[in-house]
Design a protein around this ligand. Structure first.
Ligand code: FPP
Length: 248
C-alpha cells in the first residue's frame, strides 16, 4: 500500500461457504459453487470500479482434491466453463489472468486452456486477477527452496546469498505487491495454507457472509475496515505516522 493511501493495492480472498449456502437451500454443493462464480464476477467488477490493481482468489486448494469425486468433477467443469465463458469479457475490461498452484495436477485440456488464457491476457493492465488453483502455500515455499537448491548446484547462486529476496523471487507473483488485505468469508478465522509467504504483514478481515452472498457492499465494508487499520510493520505508531507525513 502507498503510505498515504487507504485503498488496498492487492486484495486476496478465501471464498468460503458455498457448500453451506447450498445446504441452506436444500441444494447440492455444486449449486453453491455455481452461485460462488457469480460472486467472483461481482467482486472483479467491484475491484475494477475501485481501481484495485490486484485480486487473488483461492478457488481450489491442494487439499480440495480429497473432496468427494462428484464435487471435484463439478468444480472442474465449472472452472472450464468459466474459462470459456468469462474470459472475453475480462479481456475487454483489461483484466490479466494468471493461475498459481500445482497446475500439473489438472487435466491436460485444463492446463492448456489456463496457459492460453494467461498468454491471451498477459498485456492487460487494469486488474491482475490471480486464481489460486490446486494451491498450497507450503508447496509454493518448498518449490522455491527446490529452485534455489537447483541454482546452487548449477553454480548460479551461492548458499550465502539465499535470503528472503532470493526465495521470494523464485515464487509466482513476485512481480506484484504482497496482499494488503485478506478477506475470508464463511465465518472461519484461519488462513488455510493460502499465500503463507506473501501474507506476513497482510491485514485480515473475516466475515460471516457466505461466499455466494458476497457482493460489492461486502467488498466496500472490507475496504473501509482496511482503511481504518494502522500498519506498523513492526515499528511503533509515531514512526509510521511520521513516515506517512514524510511521504505526503
Ligand atoms: C469453499 O466453499 C469454496 C471452494 C472450495 C470452491 C470455490 C469455488 C468457486 C467460488 C466457484 C467458482 C470457481 C471457479 C474457479 C470457476 P466450501 O465448499 O468449502 O463451503 P463450505 O465451507 O460451506 O462447505
Amino acid at each position: 500500500m502507498n503510505a498515504t493511501s487507504t485503498l488496498p493495492c492487492h486484495i486476496a480472498i478465501v471464498m468460503d461457504g458455498n457448500g453451506r449456502w447450498a445446504r441452506l437451500r436444500n441444494q447440492p454443493r455444486s449449486f453453491g459453487h455455481r452461485a460462488g462464480k457469480k460472486a467472483m464476477r461481482e467482486t472483479v467488477e467491484g475491484c475494477l470500479r475501485q481501481g484495485i490493481g490486484t485480486l487473488t482468489l483461492f478457488a481450489f486448494s491442494s487439499e480440495n482434491w480429497q473432496r468427494p469425486e462428484s464435487e471435484v468433477r463439478a468444480l472442474m467443469a465449472l472452472f472450464m466453463n468459466a474459462l470459456d465463458k468469462e474470459v472475453d469479457a475480462l479481456h475487454e475490461q483489461s483484466v490479466r489472468l494468471r493461475f498459481i498452484g500445482d497446475l500439473e495436477a489438472f487435466s491436460k485440456s485444463l492446463q492448456c486452456r489456463m496457459h492460453e488464457v494467461a498468454t491471451h491476457t498477459a498485456k492487460n493492465k487494469k486488474l491482475n486477477l490471480n486464481l489460486a488453483v490446486s494451491y498450497g502455500g507450503r508447496w509454493v515455499i518448498s518449490q522455491a527452496a527446490r529452485r534455489a537448491a537447483a541454482d546452487v548446484v548449477r553454480g548460479e547462486l551461492k548458499i550465502e546469498d539465499i535470503d528472503e529476496v532470493a526465495l521470494g523471487c523464485r515464487m509466482n507473483l513476485s512481480d506484484l505487491p504482497p496482499p494488503d488485505l485478506l478477506i475470508r468469508t464463511g465465518g472461519e478465522h484461519r488462513i488455510s495454507n493460502f499465500l503463507l509467504w506473501q501474507m506476513a504483514y497482510t491485514e485480515l478481515h473475516f466475515t460471516d457472509t457466505l461466499w455466494p452472498d458476497f457482493d460489492r457492499h461486502c467488498l466496500q465494508k472490507a475496504v473501509d475496515d482496511y482503511g481504518r487499520r494502522e500498519r506498523r510493520y513492526g515499528r511503533i505508531g509515531s514512526q509510521t505516522t511520521r513516515r506517512q507525513q514524510d511521504s505526503a
